[in-house]
Ligand binder design. Structure first.
Ligand code: SF4
Length: 381
């Protein structure tokens, strides 16, 4: 059996078709950062083609009432996790802070490192945060009964299917996310609907969860969460805008990457970025033996991060001999970031608005109700 539950069969295409056909349901879709740089492969496009606009247009043709971007949820995660990191660095408690946006990694910690559960950030993952905001803030704004809303997440990931069902990721008995479909599954639905994907004209996401920063999109590759967090944390502490946007030390496909950032005022954030659970095990062993000390750790269970998640398009072995899949998809992610008008999560005007109108401030009481969670000790066997 898969130790992180990622391989369990959870097929929801028919449920989503049924919801779309039900006039009483309000069906909302959100798409993860890594989907837009791989979906085109399912329609014969070269690896690394960015199909964000075509994907949005195709989802609209499928009949979704709103097409939202999980990158907004990633920006929200940075606001919450960055604040949590600063608090822990300030107090010296609960360090290192370990990212919690990868359900494969979270479950790995629950099974194999239960004594380090408190080190995991209490933040829900981006699509879960966004699901919670859709069924509360958005439902209130649109005057829709949240019970009518069906949230569908399009993810590069099979472990997200399990995550969507965790009862800890619900509010008043309502799951934040109702169905998770992978990149391959949404491609299948687009094909079933007879949509000419390759020739679609690009469209833009719906607001209020359609505006996002470049920091949100880089969540899709290894190092992206750490870089996005550092972009915001540094600026929040400095209190003014900084020229540094790119943190090259956490980019690339090396198994364990490290960087040290000194915040204004002298506090140090030693950061490690790891992808692949074998590397995670090595890093945890070094931490437990006291060989390495960090304040912040990003772990993604899949090698390369979400761009190479288990729900992404399969790549033929012969193609893999000629093309570097991780490098091509990562290049597309960074190109999307470079093309973004806003590249830091805290600069996203819709993020500022949601705090003004609903959440109050990062890590507020309300944020904790909707955007944070807890973890469980699980048996190893
Ligand atoms: Fe899912 Fe893999 Fe991304 Fe983790 S790294 S969230 S398991 S796709």
């Amino acid at each position: 059996a898969c130790p992180v539950g990622a391989l369990q069969e959870r097929e929801h295409i028919q449920d989503v078709w049924k919801a779309l056909a039900d006039p009483h349901k309000y069906v909302v879709v959100q798409t993860a950062p890594a989907v837009r740089v791989a979906l085109g492969e399912e329609f014969g496009m070269p690896m690394g083609t960015r199909v964000t606009g075509k994907m949005v247009a195709a989802l609209r043709r499928l009949g979704f009432d709103k097409v939202f971007d999980t990158d907004f949820g990633a920006d929200l995660t940075i606001m919450e996790e960055g604040t949590e990191l600063l608090h822990r660095v300030e107090t010296g408690k609960g360090l290192p802070l370990m990212t919690s946006c990868c359900p494969g990694w979270v479950k790995f910690v629950e099974h194999f490192y239960p004594d380090m559960l408190d080190n995991l950030s209490s933040c829900k993952s981006p699509h879960e945060m966004e699901g919670a905001m859709i069924k509360s803030y958005f439902a209130e704004m649109m005057d829709i009964d949240p019970e009518r809303i069906v949230v569908v997440s399009i993810m590069p990931c099979t472990a997200k299917k399990y995550e969507g069902e965790r009862t800890e990721l619900s509010n008043e008995g309502m799951q934040d996310v109702d169905y998770v479909l992978t990149t391959r599954e949404i491609a299948q639905m687009i094909k079933e609907a007879g949509i000419d994907f390759a020739n679609m004209r690009g469209e833009t996401f719906d607001n209020p969860f359609g505006e996002s920063s470049g920091a949100g999109v880089i969540f899709g590759t290894t190092g992206g969460v750490a870089e996005a967090a550092l972009r915001t944390v540094f600026e929040l502490v400095a209190g003014h805008e900084l020229e540094t946007v790119e943190y090259n030390a956490v980019r690339g496909m090396e198994g364990i990457k490290e960087t040290v950032v000194e915040l204004p005022g002298g506090k140090i954030i030693r950061t490690a970025v790891v992808h692949g659970l074998g590397n995670a095990r090595k890093l945890m062993s070094m931490i437990q033996k006291g060989i390495r000390k960090y304040e912040f750790i990003e772990v993604m269970a899949c090698e390369g991060g979400c761009i190479c998640g288990g729900g992404q398009p399969m790549v033929d072995a012969k193609v893999r001999e000629k093309v570097n899949v991780k490098a091509e998809r990562a290049r597309a992610i960074y190109a999307e970031d470079e093309a973004a008008t806003i590249r830091k999560s805290h600069k996203n005007p819709y993020i500022q608005k949601i705090y003004q109108e609903f959440l109050d401030k990062p890590n507020s009481h309300k944020s904790h109700i909707y955007l944070h969670t807890h973890y469980l000790v699980r048996s190893r066997y």
